[in-house]
Design a protein around this ligand. Sequence first.
Ligand SMILES: Nc1ncnc2c1ncn2[C@@H]1O[C@H](COP(=O)(O)OP(=O)(O)OP(=O)(O)O)[C@@H](O)[C@H]1O
Ligand SMILES: [Mg+2]
Length: 261
Amino acid sequence: MCEVIAIANQKGGAGKTTTTKNLGRALGALGKKVLEIDFDPQNSLSTSLGYDSTEEEPFTIGDLVDRTIEMKPLPRKEEYIKHLEHVDVILSNIILSASDMKLVGIMEREYILKSIIEVVKPDYDYILIDCNPSLGMLVVNALAACDTVIIPVDSNYLASKGLELFLKTVFKIRKRINTKIVIKGILLTKFIGTTNLSKESLSDINEAYGSGINIFETKIPNSVKVGESDKEGISIIDFKPNNNVSVAYMKLAREVVENGR
Ligand SMILES: Nc1ncnc2c1ncn2[C@@H]1O[C@H](COP(=O)(O)OP(=O)(O)OP(=O)(O)O)[C@@H](O)[C@H]1O
Ligand SMILES: [Mg+2]
């Protein structure tokens, strides 16, 4: 059965896109069928997968959202799903920022992404949604559409404050919109085991949430190779398979598979 995972945190630069891209790739390496959805108008996931000019793409996630809002049929899957070597992807571009506005005024506005995902769900083991850094309607749609949430947190900031706000949103959604949503885990990213900041972030989060929320055993280390692989338009696992970040995302994938819902 397919598990839909939202990768979300309203804080910018937490590692959401990097996690979507590389966890997706790592799950692919484990033989899982994976779809990544770029659900951010900034389209960083699309760019970092090598799609530099998504403006010209005929069907991005924004088009699918617009069509669903207008109650028009979706195009055929072949028209909007891109096949990479180990994962499939639905691209994004700036169109999605206008969709965000349009969503505000319509009925069933929380469930637009969910209805798009229903169509493709039977084809995959995992669908990963890369969320934009906000608590707006796009993120609400992602949380309404998902089974589980992974929350990446940059270890170089004391993150517990922003995290509290995000968790409140998840709990609200769980009450009103998606009762079965499970927090799969908090993922520490850009983790430098030797610095006090990373150590403090870990103990801070452990203390604040460790009793109620899973904190992934795997921590994602910091490496300049992440940015370099983005520039190359490939995952770090393909770029530098032995890099400690690649190894960590592979380990995370195993953790994700083992912690099935
Ligand atoms: N493990 C890592 N080591 C080093 N740099 C990293 C790591 N993970 C992410 N980065 C870098 O940090 C920046 C932010 O990462 P990323 O884009 O994944 O975060 P994000 O949460 O998706 O950001 P946004 O909120 O803008 O969507 C990027 O420049 C990325 O290359
Ligand atoms: Mg991002």
